[in-house]
Design a protein around this ligand. Structure first.
Ligand code: WTA
Length: 671
C-alpha cells in the first residue's frame, strides 16, 4: 500500500514499471523546444574548422568548450601534456557538472521537451520522458545514493537494461561525483564481480526479445565473490518478485521518499566521470577511464556534426548503454545537445525483422545509428520487411563497431535509406570517447565512398606507421593507424594501472596514440580501416581478447592448452574459433567441448562462446614457446598449405597435423 502510494507520486512510467500490454501508446509529445541548441562551433565552415583544429587544437577546442558547455568556473589552460605520460589533460582549472549540462540547462529553457523515448521490448508501448521528468528522476536517485553514503569518487556499477531509470542512474552518479561503470546486462556474474565497485544498481529482471533475463539473480551470484559491494539498489522492470537480502534496497521506494532537488557537485574537468571495461590483447578487461569536460564536449560536438543533428530531430541510436556507443550517442552527446534520444530495449528481430523500421515510422526517427551485424542479419530476411514501413523521416544513417562490408552498406543505403540519406561509417573506440573518422562532417556535397570511414573529425590527425615505427607518407599506402595529436575525448588512463595504459597505447610509437587497428589511405587520401592488428577480435561489434576466452577455458582439468582466433562470420563479422589439446586419456570429447562452452558463457558472456572447437594433438609454437596464432588463422581462413614463414616454428610438421584435424572437423560439421 505504502509502495503504491509512493509510486503514484513519481513519473511512474519512467521508473521502469511495466505498463499493461495494449494500454499505451502514450501520445507523442513535442520533441523540440524553443531554445537550448546543440553544441556550436565558432564561425566558419568545414574547411576553416578542419584547418584550425589541426593547426591549433588547444585554441580550437578552448573556443568550442567555452561556447558549448556550462561551466561553474572557467578553465585557465586548454590542454596540457600528462606528466606521467599518455593522454593529454584538458580544460585545467575548469569546474562543471555533467548532469547540469545534460539536464538543468535544458529544463530552464524548455522543460517539456522530450529527452528520452523509451522504446520498450513490446512494440507500441513507447514511453516519453521530458527533460523535467528526467531531472526529477536523476535528483531522486542521486539523493537515494547519498542517503546510503555514496560519495564523490565511489564506484557504482549499473547492471541494467536500457531504460530512463538506467540513464538517470548514470546522470545521478555524475550529479554527485560518483564514478559509474555500466556493465552490459549480458555479462556473467563472474565478469560483474571482476569490476572494482562499491555498489550496484540493477533491475529485478530485464526483458528482451520477449524473454526474461534474471539480472538480480546474477547480481546475487556476483556479490558472493565481491565483498567490496556494500549496497545493491533493486528497481522493478517487471512485476515479478525476487529474493531480497540485507544488502538489497528497493530503489523506487527510496526514490519516492527522496527529495526531487539535488545540488550538483562542482567537478574538476579532469575528475573521473566513468570507467568502462573493455578487452585488450592481453590480460583481463581493463577499466578505461573518461573524465568530465573533455569527454562531454567531444561526444556532444561529434553527435551534432557527424550526424547533422538539428534541434527537434529524434535521434535513434540502438546501442545498449553497456557499450561506449550507448554512453556517447544514447546518453551524453545527445542529452548535452538537448536532443530527443531513443532508448531501444529490444532486438532487431523482435517480434519480427521489421522491428527497426516499424519503430522508425512510429517514432519518426531522423537519425538511425546501428551496427553492421544487425544489418547483415536483416538483409537475409528480404526487403519487404523494410519497405512496408514509412522511412521518410530518416535523414542520416550511421554504422559503428566493426567494418561494414560492401553488401551491408549498399543494402543499408539503398533499401533502408532509399538512396537519399547520408550514410556515415563511423570509426572510433572505447578509448577515443567519440567518433574519430567518419565521412561527415564535410562540405555538403562532398562524396561518400561506400564502406569507408574516410575523413578525420576536427582535430584528429591520423598517421600510418610502418613496421619500423616510421610515419608512412603519401597515398595508396597501408600501416598501423595512430593519432598524432591530442583531442578532448581521449581516455585518460586505465583504472588503477596508468603504466599499462601508457604501455598499451603510447609505447609502440612514441609520441603517438596507437589504436590497435590497421588502415589504408586511399589514392584520394581517405582512410579505410582494415581491422585489428592485435589479438582482439570483434564479435557482433563486441570487443574480446582471444586470451580472455582462452583464460576462461584454462581451468578445465581435461584441457591443458587452448588457442583462440577470430574467423570471418557471415552475420557476426567475426566469431571465435578454438583449437584445444586434450589429455591423452580423455574419452568424451563432445562432452568436454560442451563444458568448455559453458565455462566461457559463465565466466564472460554468451556471445564469447566459440562457434567451433577443434581438437589437435599440439599447438603450433615458436622455439621460444609462443603460440603462433597467425598460422591457425591461415588454416581456418585459407586452408592452404602455404603457411608463409614458419622458420621460427619449433617443429614444422605440426602444420600438417593441424590442417588434417581441421579438414576432418570440416567434413564432420557444417563448417
Ligand atoms: C572496431 C566501438 C571498422 C575497431 C565504438 C576498433 C571499426 C574497435 C569501426 C573498437 C568501423 C569500430 N570500421 N572497424 N567503423 N568502428 N571498429 O571499443 O577495430 O567497442 O578498434 O568501440 O572496433 O571497439 P569498441
Amino acid at each position: 500500500m505504502a509502495l503504491a502510494a509512493a509510486r503514484a507520486r513519481l513519473p511512474l512510467r519512467a521508473l521502469g514499471c511495466p505498463l499493461p500490454h495494449g494500454l499505451v501508446p502514450v501520445a507523442a509529445r513535442r520533441c523540440c523546444g524553443e531554445a537550448g541548441g546543440p553544441a556550436a562551433l565558432p564561425p566558419g565552415g568545414y574547411g576553416v574548422w578542419q584547418e584550425r583544429a589541426a593547426r591549433d587544437p588547444a585554441g580550437f577546442w578552448a573556443e568550442v568548450a567555452r561556447g558549448a558547455l556550462r561551466w561553474d568556473s572557467p578553465f585557465h589552460t586548454a590542454c596540457q601534456a600528462c606528466p606521467a605520460g599518455g593522454a593529454a589533460r584538458w580544460f585545467l582549472g575548469g569546474r562543471l557538472n555533467v548532469s547540469v549540462n545534460c539536464l538543468d540547462q535544458h529544463v530552464e529553457k524548455s522543460p517539456d521537451r522530450v529527452a528520452l523515448i523509451w522504446e520498450r521490448d513490446e512494440p507500441g508501448t513507447a514511453v516519453h520522458v521530458t527533460y523535467r521528468e528526467l531531472l526529477d528522476l536523476t535528483c531522486r536517485l542521486a539523493n537515494t545514493l547519498k542517503k546510503y553514503g555514496i560519495q564523490k569518487g565511489d564506484k557504482v556499477a549499473i547492471y541494467m537494461s536500457v531504460s530512463p531509470l538506467s540513464v538517470a542512474a548514470m546522470l545521478a552518479c555524475a550529479r554527485i561525483g560518483a564514478v559509474h561503470t555500466v556493465v552490459f546486462a549480458g555479462f556473467s556474474a563472474e565478469s560483474l564481480a571482476g569490476r572494482i565497485i562499491d555498489s550496484v544498481i540493477t533491475y529485478n529482471q530485464a526483458v528482451r526479445g520477449g524473454r526474461i533475463i534474471e539480472l538480480k539473480r546474477t547480481v546475487d551470484e556476483a556479490v558472493k565473490n565481491c565483498p567490496s559491494i556494500k549496497h545493491v539498489f533493486v528497481a522493478q522492470r517487471t512485476d515479478n518478485k525476487v529474493w531480497m537480502g540485507d544488502r538489497d534496497i528497493p530503489l523506487e521506494e527510496e526514490m519516492a521518499k527522496a527529495a526531487s532537488v539535488c545540488a550538483p557537485e562542482s567537478m574538476d574537468s579532469e575528475d573521473m566521470l566513468f570507467m568502462l571495461y573493455t578487452s585488450g590483447s592481453t590480460g583481463k578487461p581493463k577499466g578505461i577511464v573518461h573524465t568530465q569536460a573533455g569527454y562531454l564536449l567531444y561526444s556532444a560536438v561529434t553527435h551534432k556534426y557527424v550526424f547533422d543533428y538539428q534541434q527537434g530531430d529524434v535521434f535513434g541510436c540502438v546501442a545498449d548503454i553497456g557499450w561506449i556507443t550507448g554512453h556517447s550517442y544514447v546518453v551524453y552527446g545527445p542529452l548535452c545537445n538537448g536532443a530527443t534520444s531513443v532508448l531501444f530495449e529490444s532486438t532487431p528481430v523482435y517480434p519480427d525483422p521489421g522491428r527497426y523500421w516499424e519503430m522508425v515510422q512510429r517514432l519518426k526517427i531522423n537519425q538511425f545509428y546501428g551496427a553492421p551485424t544487425a544489418i547483415r542479419l536483416l538483409l537475409n530476411y528480404g526487403e519487404e520487411w523494410v519497405k512496408k514501413y514509412d522511412r521518410s523521416s530518416l535523414k542520416t544513417l550511421g554504422s559503428v563497431g566493426e567494418p561494414i562490408n560492401n553488401e551491408a552498406w549498399q543494402w543499408f543505403y539503398h533499401v533502408v535509406g532509399e538512396g537519399r540519406c547520408t550514410l556515415v561509417d563511423t570509426w572510433w573506440q572505447t578509448e577515443t570517447g567519440g567518433i574519430c573518422i567518419a565521412p561527415r562532417p564535410s562540405e555538403e556535397k562532398a562524396e561518400i565512398v561506400p564502406a569507408m570511414a574516410m575523413r578525420p573529425f576536427f582535430g584528429i590527425v591520423p598517421v600510418l606507421m610502418d613496421d619500423n615505427g616510421k610515419v608512412i607518407e603519401g597515398v595508396d599506402v597501408s600501416g598501423a593507424l595512430c593519432i598524432a595529436q591530442p583531442w578532448p575525448g581521449m581516455a585518460r588512463t586505465i583504472f588503477g594501472d596508468h603504466q599499462r595504459f601508457v604501455d598499451a597505447y603510447f609505447k609502440a610509437y612514441p609520441g603517438y596514440y596507437f589504436t590497435g587497428d590497421g588502415a589504408y589511405r586511399t589514392k584520394k587520401g581517405y582512410y579505410q580501416i582494415t581491422g585489428r592488428m592485435d589479438d582482439v577480435i570483434n564479435i557482433s561489434g563486441h570487443r574480446l581478447g582471444t586470451a580472455e576466452i582462452e583464460d576462461a577455458m584454462a581451468d578445465h582439468p581435461e584441457v591443458p592448452e587452448t588457442a583462440v582466433i577470430g574467423y570471418p562470420h557471415k552475420i557476426k563479422g567475426e566469431g571465435a574459433f578454438a583449437f584445444i589439446v586434450l589429455k591423452e586419456q580423455t574419452a568424451h570429447t563432445d562432452h568436454v567441448k560442451e563444458e568448455l562452452k559453458t565455462m566461457v558463457a559463465s565466466k564472460i558472456a554468451k556471445y564469447a562462446v566459440p562457434d567451433h572447437i577443434v581438437v589437435v594433438k599440439r599447438l603450433p609454437k615458436t622455439r621460444s614457446g609462443k603460440i603462433m596464432r597467425r598460422l591457425l588463422r591461415k588454416v581456418v581462413t585459407e586452408q592452404s598449405n602455404n603457411m608463409g614463414d614458419v622458420t621460427t616454428l619449433d617443429d614444422p610438421s605440426v602444420v600438417k597435423e593441424i590442417l588434417d584435424a581441421y579438414q576432418k572437423y570440416k567434413e564432420k560439421t557444417s563448417l
